[in-house]
Design a protein around this ligand. Structure first.
Ligand code: FAD
Length: 492
């Protein structure tokens, strides 16, 4: 059999390994860490378990698809439940919104809490669906970089319909036109952060994201988010994929413009295909540093997505007002994004997201306690004084949460770990610690993201959040699909 080498056991690397193994390849995955999953991993501390990175699970069908492709029953490996309430929202003026999964119930709740007419909300969600219908096949499910894509009828139709996808104005501008109430505008602006972008700059095309959550739903895996990694690794191993942990690849070996394998621990491991699941920036700048002529400099210069600052807190109390996903909005959203994107620092009143997996998986915290994953959006790492920024943010977050929840939160923290842009970069080699690869702050972003294959090196492919179609688990899984469907990868 032909041999495929994969650099990185992130979710896209594992999914690519599965797909190529099913095609008959002998697959070997090299992973720098001692564990698989990359950002999709977990941490344990003092009797608490936390999902380290992703917490919102959408489009579970893309995970199921991998088991089905292998002729297995997905539920034998991986189960999940649909959430009735997707998220609880808290505004500083006292407004509270429960985002129900059911569209009618959701629209009624938004109307009750803000006075926004139900008709506006339904019209907005219909618009979101329309953008999805037009863009899905073109921007997400296949390679934008192969001519074949452009020759398909549905692609052409989509291109003709471009005005409908609203790429000429910002998300915020579009949302302000749809809605009367500023809280509702803020509610929908927040979806820009799902791929690390800025709603005041990102094209209104990103208003497609609410459709993914409100139509397809939000889910919680039995066993937490990390169960996704565990189930996929199990399937991959059953298919014969070999994982080599604690093995950092140092070089992609290129001879006469063809990828001939990788070098790790001084050893040259040969392969017929090399798939990089590591950040595309580091793939070129570190793995291919001997070949600057092969670097797509313009693509590598694209603006990076935002990063995150996370406090993992063991909390010795339980809060009935909170659910699995909770948002505490800032009072001045524009100022918050100006700080992230223009000032490159952290606003004094950030929007705080709290994920509490112990709400649905009780053994994630001791009885009567909760595991709080407390996250704010922060800029990518450009050498800021993070220790100072983190100390200030921690104090501001505690003040905000203590006021809204009427409880001294600092006194309830039993244990703490912290993840910031520096440690995100160190743990997963994401350039500047950005969590979704490149940002989508301009309307060309989808076209200018790096392709899933190299135009200059034969046999070199890319999957994961830093390349087409973008970051987030569903898109990472789609990148694996596109790689495995590339012509050269079609038979092992
Ligand atoms: P990564 O997870 O980036 O992993 C890359 C792997 O490659 C790592 O394991 C790394 O060690 C390995 N590697 C790198 N260099 C080398 C080398 N030289 N040799 C060997 N191995 C190497 N997505 C969602 O869908 N929902 C969410 O709610 C969500 N929230 C997020 C919150 C946070 C805090 C973060 C950090 C991310 C979040 N995301 C979310 C995004 C999601 O986690 C990522 O898009 C996705 O997990 C990225 O997967 P990947 O396949 O690109 O690989």
């Amino acid at each position: 059999a032909k041999k495929a080498i994969i650099i990185g056991a992130g979710v896209a690397g594992i999914a690519t390994a599965i797909r190529l193994a099913i095609k008959g390849y002998a697959v070997e995955v090299f992973e720098a860490n001692s564990y698989p999953g990359g950002k999709l991993s977990e941490i344990e501390q003092n009797g608490y378990r936390f999902d380290a990175g992703p917490s919102l699970f959408t489009m579970p069908q893309y995970v199921d698809e991998l088991f089905e492709l292998a002729g297995k029953t997905p539920a034998d490996y991986f189960r999940y439940q649909k959430l009735d309430v997707v998220c609880n929202y808290f505004y500083e003026d006292g407004t509270r919104i429960k985002a129900y999964a059911d569209t009618q119930q959701f629209a009624a709740e938004l109307n009750r809490s803000t006075g926004e007419p139900v008709a506006n909300i339904l019209k907005y969600l219909a618009n979101s669906r329309d953008i999805y219908t037009i863009t899905n096949h073109v921007f997400l499910e296949r390679s934008l970089h192969r001519l074949q894509t452009y020759l398909r009828w549905d692609t052409l139709r989509s291109v003709f319909k471009l005005p409908k996808i609203d790429a000429m104005r910002s998300m915020h501008k579009a949302n302000s036109t749809f809605f009367k109430d500023e809280r509702v505008v803020q509610f929908f602006d927040r979806y820009a952060t799902y791929n690390g972008s800025n709603p005041y700059q990102a094209p209104a095309t990103l208003n497609v994201i609410p459709h993914l959550e409100h139509h397809f739903g939000a889910y919680f895996p039995e066993g937490g988010m990390h169960a996704i990694t565990q189930a996929l690794v199990k399937l991959a191993e059953e298919l014969g994929v070999k994982f080599r942990y604690n093995t950092r690849v140092n070089e992609v070996v290129v001879i006469n413009g063809i990828a001939k394998g990788v070098r790790a621990n001084g050893e040259h491991i040969t392969g017929d295909l090399v798939v990089s699941n590591m950040d595309v920036w580091h793939t070129y700048k570190t793995m291919l540093n001997k070949h600057p002529e092969l670097h797509p400099e313009k693509t590598l210069l694209r603006e990076r997505s935002s990063s995150a600052l996370i406090f993992y807190w063991g909390i010795k109390k339980s809060f009935p007002a909170l659910g699995l996903h909770n948002i505490f909005f800032s009072a001045d959203y524009r100022a918050e994004f100006e700080h992230i994107w223009q000032e490159q620092d952290i606003y004094r009143d950030p929007t705080v997201y709290i994920n509490i997996s112990s709400k649905l998986k009780s053994d994630d915290a001791p009885p009567g306690h909760e595991n709080w994953f407390v996250m704010i959006n922060v800029p990518a790492n450009t050498g800021q004084d993070w220790d100072k920024l983190i100390a200030d943010a921690r104090a501001n977050i505690l003040k905000k949460l203590s006021e809204i929840l009427r409880e001294d939160i600092a006194a309830l923290i039993e244990c703490e770990s912290i993840l910031d842009p520096r440690s995100i970069e160190a743990k997963t080699s994401s350039y500047k610690g950005s969590i979704y690869g490149t940002a989508s702050n301009d309307r060309f972003a989808a076209f200018l993201r790096h392709a899933n294959s190299s135009s200059k090196v034969k046999g070199l492919y890319f999957c994961g959040g830093s390349v087409h179609p973008g970051g987030g688990i569903p898109l990472c899984l789609l990148s694996a699909k596109i790689v495995s469907e590339a012509p050269a990868a079609s038979a092992g």
